[in-house]
Ligand binder design. Structure first.
Ligand code: PGA
Length: 256
């Protein structure tokens, strides 16, 4: 049975005390919630808070919440001022890293080949990667989104072996839905998720396709999570805004 995941991308939000409060509230709420064996909850705080969040979870003896980084560099060490590496994340015992998020692509110039290099170094360090893909509104309006996503997979992901792919979670995040309040309809999400799974089947095999977790991201909230997650190819969500409050994040987790 493939993993179902709700991951919170906290982006560049909150002060340290607010992070402590949110992490604690979420952990306490999750203690009362039964998580199925194949269900996972991940939080991705800003890099500066990763250690703190790991410490809080250790103090609370929380085994349910996994921690992810929002970014890593393409090199492990060196003269790259302001950057953080996969080796550093591994040394903190961080389990996941995001790669290919549209905000990184748009504001920091990350293209498919940079994303590919990030995937490689993260996997080599033993991290699991949430690989994000998704089209802009312009591309969707031109009806080029199926091909656009196929190219993103082709250029960043499809060099990996079947074994390596086991440590990849794919997140389909249409850019027009991120932080906009406009959500892809369950049918729109399902159509792309099925497309991604079919591409995996063609490139690898049916088992690999069936075992790969594909998340939806883009204005997912407690009120639409149930419908989105009930689609056969939607295995959970990557959540931005709605993950910044414990009760709304829990409201999404409860729909897994
Ligand atoms: P959103 O962000 O839920 O605020 O739309 C999703 C994301 O960027 O991962």
């Amino acid at each position: 049975m493939r993993k179902k995941i709700v991951a919170g991308n906290w982006k560049m939000n909150k002060t340290q005390s607010e992070i402590i409060e949110l992490t604690t509230a979420l952990s306490v709420a999750l203690q009362k919630h039964e998580l199925a064996d194949n269900h996972e909850v991940i939080i991705c705080p800003s890099l500066v808070y990763l250690s703190k969040v790991k410490d809080i979870l250790a103090i609370l003896a929380d085994k349910k919440i996994k921690v992810g980084s929002q970014n890593c560099h393409t090199q492990n060490f060196g003269a790259y001022t302001g950057e953080v590496s996969a080796a550093m994340l591994k040394s903190l015992d961080v389990q996941y890293v995001l790669a290919g998020h549209s905000e990184r692509r748009t504001y920091f110039g990350e293209n498919n080949s940079i994303v590919k290099a990030k995937l490689d170094i993260a996997l080599a360090q033993g991290l699991q990667v949430i690989f994000c893909c998704g089209e802009s509104l312009t591309i969707r309006e031109k009806e080029a989104h199926f091909d656009f996503i196929a190219t993103q997979l082709e250029e960043s992901l499809f060099h990996l072996t079947k074994e390596e792919l086991k440590n990849i979670v794919i997140a389909y995040e249409p850019i027009w839905a991120i932080g906009t309040g406009v959500t892809a309809s369950p049918e729109q999400a399902e159509e792309i998720h099925a497309h991604i799974r079919a591409l995996l089947g063609k490139k690898y095999d049916e088992t690999t396709a069936e075992n790969t977790t594909i998340l939806y991201g883009g204005s997912c909230k407690p009120t639409n999570a149930a419908q989105l997650f009930s689609q056969p190819n939607v295995d959970g969500g990557l959540i931005g805004g709605a993950s910044l409050k414990a009760d709304s994040f829990m409201g999404i987790i409860e729909n897994l």
